[in-house]
Design a protein around this ligand. Sequence first.
Ligand SMILES: *Cc1c(COP(=O)(O)O)cnc(C)c1O
Length: 361
Amino acid sequence: MTKRVYNFYPGPATLPLPVLERAKDEFLDFAGTGMSVLEISHRSKEWEKVMTDATSLVRELMGVPSDYKVMWLSGGASTQFFMVPLNLQEPRKAMEYVNTGGWSTKAIKEAGYFGEPKVIASSEDKNFSYIPKNVRFSKEIAFAHFTSNNTLYGTEWQYMPEVPKEVPLVCDMSSNIMDKPINIKDFGVIYAGAQKNLGPAGVTLVIVREDLLDRVPEHVPTMQKWKTHAENDSLYNTPPVFAIYICKLALDYMKEIGGVKELEKRNMKKAKLLYDIIDASDGFYKGHASKDSRSLMNVTFTMPTPELEDKCVKGGTAKGLIGLKGHRSVGGMRASIYNAMPLEGVEALAEYLREFQAENQ
Ligand SMILES: *Cc1c(COP(=O)(O)O)cnc(C)c1O
């Protein structure tokens, strides 16, 4: 047996072991072709099956209605930051954003190349430690954008922002896609870089309501139109085959263990283990996110001194608990406990944190 650690990195992040094992088993001879999945044509029937299966699994697991297109694109979530305004902006209409952290800020910056995005709510005043309450987008705007989970700060929306019926709601779900059931009908567009909660780096899942595909102006380059990829089932050009293939295996696995409802149950249990320790630590561990905005995916906290934090990260590494250093915008520690992080990993971390406090307080 190879030695595996518990990987709490924020992304690229841990993948389910059975997924890696299956990829390894079929690596040299994929589906009886005598070639690896990296070598077969993206026009072959074997590849086509990988892609249609991956797409059907997304549809099934997330309950995607038939009037939405599911696409697998390259360029990361960061490319969607500009593809959203490029494909959805309408003349003389506003683009409204909620700023809940570093990734929202970057999305807003890109929208700035297409007009003047309006930030209707922000939690920047308290270092993005909370989700603004009662967010309500305006009428007659081109689109409304928010980031459902804030990877760097460890906050997550616990409610749906209010949006007028005719306004498409756009959501960056990169770090919490499929962490709990959602109603796709509430959204016009959902996008997520795969490397956090879905699969490996290199592919971005984009879900767009069909009627929104025709908004894009003719002069926009072919590859930058969602419509191109929607009409060609993400095979207009060569797709990132290996990343999509691993996503497909990960989706198989998520279905096998009981789907998104089961994932939510597990995610709540995992997150509770860590937040309970923070809350019972008498201030030794200080959570960054306010309680009503806590993320199921990224648990962020600080300790009395940077020296203690450093010691805690190093001690964790020595125990096979890897990737606990917080992002520089918050400091301290961050445990990313995505869908693929097993309960045992979080239990091991919880035990370590309890011991660490007892020994260092
Ligand atoms: C990581 C992340 C991104 C950036 O994703 P890339 O695929 O690296 O472009 C965007 N949004 C959120 C919420 C993220 O966590």
